[in-house]
Design a protein around this ligand. Sequence first.
Ligand SMILES: Nc1ncnc2c1ncn2[C@@H]1O[C@H](COP(=O)(O)OP(=O)(O)OP(=O)(O)O)[C@@H](O)[C@H]1O
Ligand SMILES: [Mg+2]
Length: 232
Amino acid sequence: MLEVKQINQFYGGSHILRDVSFTAQIGACSVVLGRNGVGKTTFLKCLMGILPIKSGEILLNGKDISKMSPEQRVRAGMAYVPQGRDIFSTLTVEENILIGMAKFSGAKTKKVPSHLYEIFPVLDEMKHRRGGDLSGGQQQQLAIARALASEPSVLILDEPTEGIQPSIIKDIGRVIRKLADNGDMAIVLVEQFYDFAEEIADHYTVMSRGQVVAEGLGADMPAKGIKDLVAI
Ligand SMILES: Nc1ncnc2c1ncn2[C@@H]1O[C@H](COP(=O)(O)OP(=O)(O)OP(=O)(O)O)[C@@H](O)[C@H]1O
Ligand SMILES: [Mg+2]
């Protein structure tokens, strides 16, 4: 389980995250909603250690990871699918997925586990193609497969639906829901679109100007009052 206690982050003199507290449980999908520029990506980068926090705590299964490097956090069980995906366009699909397995050693680092291709059959079909030749939606699926290759206990996704066609958004939603239901992973999903979030959220958190302004159970996600804080 991931617990964030009152973290603060600054870019220079700008106070971006203000006492943000947040919890993500194993077996659940915790969605973070909010408009452009409220600090969602900054929050995720702090979770991964890509950006330092000024104060507060980030606990993974009770252990403070807030001073760890991103690599150490990956070893500890965190995986990150960045906004814009960041796949390696000149490497093949298979090579991209293997990068996600860098934390392991020996033979395990050389073969893509078959269950990843079962989750995303399109990646199996395209495993020898270059990442850059894939569509945006396929690249998003590749970025998720790469993150899953590290066998995370916390999977963090930053706007996986951004710029993606509706049919693939549905597929990705189903995969995320299934991963949460498998019960061995906590999912932290940043999302701007209310409808997608509502469908898969077990828990929701709304951010505005670097602060948490609402939270609750996904089943109780009130459209009114939230819809004006997120993109529709
Ligand atoms: N490297 C940086 N240096 C200074 N300010 C930054 C930097 N990156 C982001 N910011 C500012 O921090 C604030 C939060 O940005 P962030 O990218 O976290 O927002 P976001 O909620 O992810 O937005 P979006 O929905 O557009 O992805 C914004 O005001 C942004 O301009
Ligand atoms: Mg962002």
